[in-house]
Ligand binder design. Structure first.
Ligand code: NAP
Length: 491
């Protein structure tokens, strides 16, 4: 790398982005960003209040009509340039993500590739915003549908994938011709700030993308959500906050996309290829330090292979090197904040008090950062909290089953429905399980399945709407139907 971290941090804008200008908060307030590996304060940013949030919406509304009239090619070209710039700045983006969120540098590079793909994908989708034509069955009309941008959007992102969660909302909004106010998570705003500057560098006109980071999410979101000019809210985060936003969205009948929490089952059948299952488990559980909505949360393993799977999985997990994600060879970073560390510790203590056995890990690793040892638990009771709640950390609870029906019933026994994973060599069983699983995403003999070209999203309390794929653009458009009198109509 050709820069030091302090040189990099100087490049990141610290203000609010409103109408193409980086400005200070109207109240003069600021908030701090911490490195979870060291506890050090690494940046101080302007903290938006309600007046700033409304100023950002003013800018988005003023830009909306002109932006909607730009050609699809123009919007596509901006996204393509943004893809190329993010890729060229990969060292900066990867380092920033590790600094503010903690993941190992190699994983941050992986997120740069993954996050940038949304820019490339939607630069390609922007020019393929298809409508339909069809004759009215009675022959009275020629019927045409076309897609129009939904209008100004509020995009709220979480801290766990600071680049990808932003690009998979911003890119389709830009492609569709929508303007937007983005509110990044307060724990990891730096990547979004740098990404917003990158969008400007790629040629995005003022007012199309406005960014308001701040210490109070509700002070920013509430006034924007209650403003009748807003047309859509897209949110990625916890189910609890998603429900609050859905209730608020009802007042103005906003379009909503909700990417919420998960509680993914990872099912290993007796005929599974255990090499594939263990490799898949490492990806599904340990990617992003377990802090992913798609993370395997409950390992459901057939009783005949449970012991062997657990031992092999624990052996792989104990090879992980815990440490500061910027350090060479580190493969597991810290949790994002003290609260997360305390929560994981409490979850494991609860599982052990319900009879679970710790095969590896099982306690905080100490030091200045928020480190927890990667952990495998066996004999986990269905009554323990790890079996019911989203863990969001490097802890793998293993439970057993006897029959396919039991596996399916256990897997579906959750209010969530985002990701699921199934390992079997039997293709008939695969389809029976796919029919029975109530989840928006399913990995078959694969532990990492997110892709910009695929529709990502959940069912049940994991949310509604899809990001990525062709479906991702639909979320930012409204269908307009035009009925044209058929020239051969009788009247
Ligand atoms: P969170 O607490 O719900 O926060 C997510 C975002 O919402 C942050 O920007 C947060 O701002 C903001 N927020 C908090 N309270 C708000 C309010 N009252 N009004 C408006 N915005 C509000 O979730 P998190 O802890 O950051 O993220 C973890 C959760 O996200 C997990 O449940 C995970 O499963 C889910 N997730 C889902 C997906 C998916 O695609 N389904 C992807 C990634 C993560 P502050 O940072 O200022 O609090």
């Amino acid at each position: 790398m050709t820069f030091t971290t302090s040189e990099l941090l100087k490049k990141v804008p610290t203000g609010l982005l409103i109408d193409g200008q980086w400005t200070q908060a109207s109240t003069g307030e600021t908030f701090e960003v911490e490195n979870p590996a060291t506890g050090e304060i690494i940046a101080t940013l302007a903290s938006a209040g309600s007046a700033d949030a409304i100023a950002a919406l003013d800018a988005a509304c003023a830009a909306q009509d002109g932006w909607a009239r730009t050609s699809a090619r123009e919007r596509s070209d901006i996204l393509r340039r943004a893809f190329e710039l993010v890729t060229a700045r990969r060292d900066e983006f990867a380092t920033l993500m590790t600094l503010e969120m903690g993941k190992p540098l190699a994983e941050s590079y992986g997120e740069v590739t993954y996050g940038a793909e949304y820019l490339r994908w939607f630069s390609e989708e922007a020019v393929r915003d298809y409508g339909r034509t069809l004759p009215a069955p009675e022959g009275t009309l020629r019927m045409i549908t076309r897609r129009k941008p939904v209008g100004p959007c509020l995009l709220i992102t979480p801290w766990n994938f600071p680049l990808a969660m932003a690009t998979r909302k911003v890119a389709p909004a830009v492609a569709a011709g929508c303007t937007m106010v983005v509110k990044p998570a307060k724990l990891t705003p730096l990547t979004t700030q740098y990404f917003a500057q990158t969008m400007i560098d790629a040629g995005l006109p003022p007012g199309v993308l406005n960014v308001v980071a701040g210490s109070s999410a509700s002070a920013i979101a509430e006034p924007v959500m209650s403003d009748p000019r807003l047309r859509k809210v897209s949110f990625t985060g916890s189910t609890a906050v998603g429900k609050t936003l859905l209730k608020a969205a009802a007042d103005n009948v906003l379009r909503t996309s909700m990417e919420l929490g998960g509680n993914a089952p990872f099912i290993v059948f007796e005929d599974a290829n255990l090499d594939q299952a263990v490799a898949g488990a490492m990806g599904a559980k340990m990617r992003n330090i377990g802090e992913a909505c798609t993370a395997a949360n409950r390992f459901l393993v057939h009783e005949s292979v449970a012991e062997e799977f657990a031992e092999r999985f624990a052996a792989e997990i104990s090879k992980l090197k815990l440490g500061n994600g910027l350090d060479e060879g580190v493969t597991c970073g810290p949790l994002v904040e003290r609260k997360a560390l305390d929560n994981i510790s409490a979850l494991v203590e609860d599982a052990v008090s319900h009879g679970a056995k710790v095969l590896t890990g099982g306690k905080p690793a100490g030091g200045k950062g928020f480190f927890y040892e990667p952990t495998v638990l066996t004999g986990v009771s269905l009554d323990s909290r790890v079996a019911k709640e989203e863990i969001f950390g490097p802890v793998a609870p293993i439970m057993t089953f006897r029959t396919e029906e039991e596996a399916l019933a256990l897997a579906n026994d959750t209010e969530y429905g985002l990701a699921s994973y199934v390992f079997t060599e039997d293709s008939d069983r695969l389809w029976r399980i796919a029919d029975g699983l109530e989840f928006g995403l399913m990995g078959f003999n694969a532990g990492v399945i997110s892709n910009a070209a695929a529709p990502f999203g959940g069912v049940k309390q994991s949310g509604m709407g899809r990001e990525g794929g062709a479906e991702g653009l639909d979320e930012y458009t409204s269908v307009q139907y035009i009925g044209v009198r058929d020239p051969y109509a009788q009247t």
